[in-house]
Design a protein around this ligand. Structure first.
Ligand code: SF4
Length: 363
């Protein structure tokens, strides 16, 4: 298997060029095409001689993800299913900040990327963990989700602007369980020679891996942190998130405070609202106390039901009551009406559906 070009750093590519008998200045040109060119293959590298293109194509793979399916929602959220080189699948979701996506380009697009195939953490409501953990994504497989979406929508952006301005690391997998590869990928995507996505525009979400949160607080970049909370008491979290038995809310809160003491920017608490599980008004005072202690804003996300799991999205009235009660307690809470309820938006769902379809074809 050839190494992927997208995770080559400038000095590594320069060394390869020297060995290949090519001028070192070509490294800048090649990296510019790969990270800023929104191109799909070597042939589109306009100023690179054919001989060098041929050496590149026999030494590196151009992209480590291949588009299998693209599903657009009526509200313009778009979900992508990628096939990896070993036949596994992962998903990304593009979320435009404004509905003008299909007309004038809107200013801000967020891409939600995956970091693992499957997930070992077994949150009861989640499609990603349904078939267990398969493997960690390599840095290139994270980077190529971003570069491939940029290439797919090249015609929608002009004047050298990029489509994706924000990243949320909230797709399939527990990001901090793939710490080193994730940080490698993000540090490249944050570089001026790559996508140049500002560290404060990159949000890493975790279900609550306490040692890795502390480790993240010691690295130099100002990445934003989001906690997938989904329960404001240990009782609720223990029921739906096995990680809470190892790292209960007291330990998690201590770790978040350490992160905050070293980083600027506020924390986000993500709270998927599930009927009869965590949508009781009794959770509100606990959530308010946590959000005050952690100086965190709270995103309430109505649950997207997952085939085969018995959980439901609460009614719109219950959703609004819950958020209103939080706001009344002084919490900065928003109800994030999930874009893409109609496109298998629950993370990991599209992958499961397509895998089942392909399996039944093969049998
Ligand atoms: S919610 Fe996140 S951590 Fe929990 S099983 Fe799903 S992907 Fe894993």
């Amino acid at each position: 298997m050839l190494p992927p070009i997208s995770s080559q750093k400038p000095d590594e590519l320069a060394s390869w060029l020297v060995e290949a008998g090519e001028p070192v200045y070509r490294a800048d040109q090649i990296l510019r095409w790969v990270h800023k060119g929104s191109i799909c293959d070597w042939s589109q590298m306009g100023n690179i001689p054919d001989g060098l293109k041929s050496k590149l194509s026999s030494s590196f793979t151009f992209s480590s993800v291949k588009l299998v399916r693209k599903q657009g929602g009526v509200d313009t959220t778009i979900k992508f299913l990628w096939k990896l080189s070993d036949g596994q699948y992962v998903e990304s979701v593009l979320i435009p900040a404004s509905p003008s996506f299909y007309g004038e380009a809107s200013d801000r697009h967020t891409l939600c990327v995956s970091t693992q195939v499957g997930c070992a953490y077994g949150c009861k409501f989640c499609a990603s963990g349904l078939e267990g953990f398969k493997r960690n994504l390599k840095p290139s497989e994270v980077i190529d989700q971003v570069l491939s979406v940029e290439a797919l929508f090249k015609e929608r952006v002009s004047n050298g602007r990029r489509l994706i301005t924000n990243l949320v690391i909230m797709g399939m997998g527990e990001p901090l369980a793939n710490y080193d590869n994730l940080l490698d990928a993000l540090n490249i995507l944050n570089s001026t020679w790559s996508a140049n996505i500002g560290a404060r525009k990159i949000t890493i979400s975790t279900s609550g891996l306490v040692p890795q949160i502390i480790k993240l607080s010691d690295q130099p970049k100002q990445y934003r942190l989001a906690i997938s909370l989904h329960g404001a008491t240990d009782g609720v979290r223990n029921k739906i998130m096995p990680i809470n038995r190892k790292y209960p809310l007291s330990k998690l809160s201590d770790a978040v405070e350490i992160y905050q003491s070293k980083k600027k920017g506020s924390i986000t608490l993500e709270y998927i609202l599930i009927e009869g599980i965590n949508d009781g008004i009794d959770q509100v005072p606990h959530l308010a106390i946590l959000s005050e202690r952690l100086r965190a804003k709270v995103n309430i996300i109505p649950y997207n039901s997952v085939e085969g799991l018995g959980y439901q999205r609460p009614s719109i009235t219950s959703q609004e009551c819950f958020v209103r009660a939080l706001i009344d307690k002084g919490v900065r809470a928003t109800l994030r009406r999930e874009k893409g309820h109609d496109i298998d938006a629950a993370c990991g769902q599209l992958r499961l559906k397509v895998e089942k379809k392909l399996d039944s074809k093969e049998n």
